[in-house]
Design a protein. Structure first.
Ligand code: SF4
Ligand code: SF4
Length: 346
């Protein structure tokens, strides 16, 4: 596999050159936060960042996506026929994605790409995207990737791992997709032993900086009914204002709603991210709502991530430890604390 070293200027020039082969998304400073934006919109990448506020899941799975279009105009021979809306699956690359967010795509893949059901749009979006990771030299206090099967330099789910060695970037290809990306990146030189050793040292020192322990080992042994009926949910949910921030920022939340929007005689069928924290999420056409109370919705979020997913997929928890929901919840509800309560409940 190809391991190449680039000065930081060479890396930026290489990314400019790669725009002929990929639509490149990079972290960009946007007010007080960072966000992934397309390089071809004139944005300046800033790789000296902790993580973006919104996860990059929208590159593969847009927040709003036109699925079908139709016309109700009887004079049109195609009237009332649903046609798939045009979508762009040309090659894309998310450059600078953190390992937790790459791990999150692997978690979500288990939902959208199964032997029984394949979501064609998610799968095509994912397959056309190359994930070029940037390891975390300085994880945040809210990060806990190491407690949920990841790590600040974990390669799982990445096509390329980039190490920030101060003056230079070391780019290590992990998959064929990644090798193709690095082969196309002009201006680098072959990595020498010194760079490889520096990368190794960086990876292990960074892992040691993450102290959060989030016990999840006993979740699989708990009874669903016992956890569902446990008395602690009122306390967990007490402060929640059902704003949905935790679910919208989360790279492993995948729920959506489908709506028709009609303009005159033409219509679009659109899917939009939705949130289990909103009362309308489960409102039936009959008016009945099986989760009309806040405590039921908060319980659903944590039971889904920490129990239903665990039992269904046997793949750990539905969380990559990015810490966004901990950082941005306006009332400080902390999934690490809830995991401790659920894991220790007897
Ligand atoms: S971010 Fe916090 S307050 Fe908002 S819905 Fe999530 S848990 Fe509730
Ligand atoms: S549940 Fe919270 S910490 Fe886990 S992946 Fe989602 S936003 Fe990140």
């Amino acid at each position: 596999m190809t391991d190449s070293v680039f000065t930081k200027d060479q890396w930026l020039t290489a990314l400019e050159g790669l725009k002929t082969s990929y639509k490149i998304f990079v972290p960009v400073k946007d007010g007080d936060f960072h966000t992934f934006k397309a390089l071809d919109e004139g944005h300046k990448p800033d790789f000296d960042y902790k993580n973006t506020r919104m996860s990059p899941k929208s590159v593969v799975y847009p927040q709003s996506e036109r699925m079908f279009e139709y016309t109700l105009d009887g004079s049109d021979p195609d009237a009332h026929i649903m046609k798939e809306a045009e979508k762009d699956y040309s090659p894309k690359a998310i450059v600078g994605i953190r390992p937790c967010d790459a791990h999150a795509f692997q978690i979500v893949k288990l939902n959208f790409d199964t032997p029984e059901y394949r979501d064609p749009w998610w799968v095509k979006g994912f397959e056309s995207t190359t994930l070029v990771g940037l390891g975390c030299n300085e994880p945040c206090a809210t990060c806990f990737c190491t407690a949920v099967g990841g790590g600040p330099f974990d390669e799982k789910g990445l096509d390329v791992m980039v190490y920030d060695l101060g003056e230079t970037f070391l780019a290590k290809a992990i998959t064929e997709k990644g090798e193709d990306f690095i082969d196309k990146a002009q201006g680098g030189s072959e990595a020498d032993d010194k760079a490889l050793k520096a990368a190794e040292a960086l990876s292990s020192s960074s892992r040691d900086k993450i102290q959060a322990s989030v016990p999840t080992d006993k979740l699989k042994d708990k009874g669903i009914t016992e956890l569902f009926e446990a008395p602690f949910w009122d306390d967990v949910a007490f402060a929640c204002i059902n704003c949905g921030t935790c679910t919208y920022l989360c790279p492993t939340c995948w729920c959506f709603d489908i709506q028709d929007e009609v303009f005159g005689k033409d219509g679009d069928r659109i899917r939009n991210w939705d949130s289990c924290m909103f009362p309308l999420f489960t409102l039936h056409g009959s008016g009945h709502n099986p989760r009309d109370k806040k405590v039921q919705r908060v319980r659903q979020r944590f039971m889904h991530k920490l129990k239903y997913y665990v039992d269904k997929y046997h793949n750990g928890v539905q969380c990559s430890g990015c810490g966004r929901c901990v950082r941005y919840c306006p009332v400080n509800i902390d999934i690490r604390e809830v995991a401790k309560i659920m894991n220790g409940y007897t």
